[in-house]
Design a binder for this molecule. Structure first.
Ligand code: G3H
Length: 249
């Protein structure tokens, strides 16, 4: 079963109004494969979401970088899933390793967030991945499986979930996983989904790779059978993001 290639651009905590306009202009002028071939989603900081949505070409979509775990209310500084839906934001990134590490988001908390966001009608890019220490101690799959299990326990419908495998040691370091390393984890992860969720979900769910993806290394990674796209950080702020989108074909 063909899985549509997915390219996400996570702008993280970057950008001014002028820089955001420049990035969107580059994207809007780019000649890329059609929406039937590649799904493109960019994720600006919250404050720029409506602005980017209003300027961005209609075949590209936007994602928030986080949302609150439950219905909104007295939660100072948080943004609820309901608000994103109200603004017409279709996607949200949840469980990014930076939030897991810096803001102590646990597997269970991320699982709750994913379930709540889905229940409100958002589509979710759910991030998982091991640290260097975990990889070196041989526990990559155990870590990734535990992170996925915490999501799987709370999710019944996987249609609106994309899994982003992002080894922490590859994020922002320039140390990209080799195509073989990425394929190995993606394949194992799909097998885990097959055995613990079901064959149909395993065949359909997109597993994308994130961690130092750039215009030069994307093509070979994209050629791996279980790599269904990318979640791009640093390079999503640069014109080479267009080359990454083009690696879909
Ligand atoms: O969400 C994106 C990842 O953290 C990857 O970031 O491409 O800058 O390594 P990076």
């Amino acid at each position: 079963m063909a899985r549509k290639f997915f390219v996400g651009g996570n702008w993280k905590c970057n950008g001014t109004t002028e820089e955001v306009k420049k990035i969107v202009t580059t994207l809007n002028e780019a000649e890329v494969p059609s929406e039937d071939v590649v799904e493109v989603v960019v994720s600006p900081p919250f404050v720029f979401l409506p602005f980017v949505k209003s300027l961005l070409r209609p075949d590209f979509h936007v994602a928030a970088q986080n949302c609150w775990v439950r219905k909104g209310g007295a939660f100072t500084g948080e943004v609820s899933a309901e608000m994103l839906v109200n603004l017409g934001i279709p996607w949200v990134i949840l469980g990014h390793s930076e939030r897991r590490a810096l803001l102590n988001e646990s597997n269970e908390f991320v699982g709750d967030k994913v379930a709540y966001a889905l229940s409100q009608g958002l589509k979710v890019i759910a991030c998982i991945g091991e640290t260097l220490e975990q990889r070196e101690s041989g526990s990559t799959m155990a870590v990734v499986a535990a992170q996925t299990k915490a999501i799987a326990e709370k999710v019944t419908n996987w249609d609106n979930v994309v899994l982003a495998y992002e080894p922490v040691w590859a994020i922002g370091t320039g140390k990209v996983a080799t195509p073989a390393q990425a394929q190995e984890v993606h394949c194992e992860l799909r097998k885990w989904v097959h055995d613990n969720v079901g064959a149909e979900v395993a065949a359909k769910v997109r597993i994308i790779y994130g961690g130092s993806v750039n215009g030069a290394n994307c093509k070979e990674l994209a050629g791996q059978p279980d790599v269904d796209g990318f979640l791009v950080g640093g390079a999503s702020l640069k014109p080479e993001f267009v080359d990454i989108i083009k690696s879909a074909t």
